[in-house]
Design a protein around this ligand. Sequence first.
Ligand code: NAD
Length: 251
Amino acid sequence: MDLAGKVAGITGAGSGFGKEMALLFADEGADLSLCDIDEDGLADTANLVRNKGRKVTTSVFDVAAEDDLTSFVDMIPEDFGKIDIWVGNAGIGGPGSATELSADAWHKVIGINQSAVFFGARAAGRHMLQKGSGSVINIASMYGLRAVRNRVAYCTTKAAVVMISNVLAVEWAESGVRVNSVAPGYAETPLFKGTRDEEDIAAQITEVPARRLINTKEVAQACLYLASDRSSGVTGHCLSIDGGWSTVGGA
Ligand code: NAD
């Protein structure tokens, strides 16, 4: 097991990638502290983790509330004795043309997708720096690597997630704390499917060299690699899991 004896915190663990990661990390031997704004989804994930025989704690709050997020992170070493892995995963979509997007919509996406990623990583990093080891993984998006029409808020936050991760990686590398980001492509999660009809999805698949959606297991496996000691030399890297979308040329 790649994560035997490790303790991981994951935001947005009630659905999609966060849920899949929680289950995979538990299979690999990690104990978990999970949070989400969705109480039912979080309880479901926690039950599945418990059934695998792993210890799990949960907390329901909005990650955009900085004090709640920092308190959640600070409780992990209290409850488990340490924190080895932190995944800043919770996120929301943010469609809207640049000329019409409301200020409220802009600030909401920035608060959840960007500021919470920084404050969560920083809080976890402070504990990891004290013990001289740890792995932080922040979930960006292929939309943070390329400009996409009508996604100015989302693209901006996801580009920021890559840069936040890279700056922290450089600041913390000498102390043994690694920070990486993951940039998924179009993937079969409620966030993706809930904002598109079948026709939109079919059209978007034609943009992907692999001609299919990514599945949540593929993203969870990439996060497992970055969480585990198998990636001990990797920091400040953004790992794309997008079926080739961010590599292909053409509009
Ligand atoms: P999802 O909606 O299935 O899961 C996201 C989880 O985050 C949900 O359980 C939700 O309740 C939680 N959450 C949302 N806002 C929150 C908040 N303010 N506080 C606490 N919890 C909150 O979505 P997903 O597709 O699994 O997305 C996970 C991450 O992956 C996001 O950061 C998203 O931007 C990113 N991503 C998704 C795709 C995709 O195609 N699905 C592609 C690239 C990146």
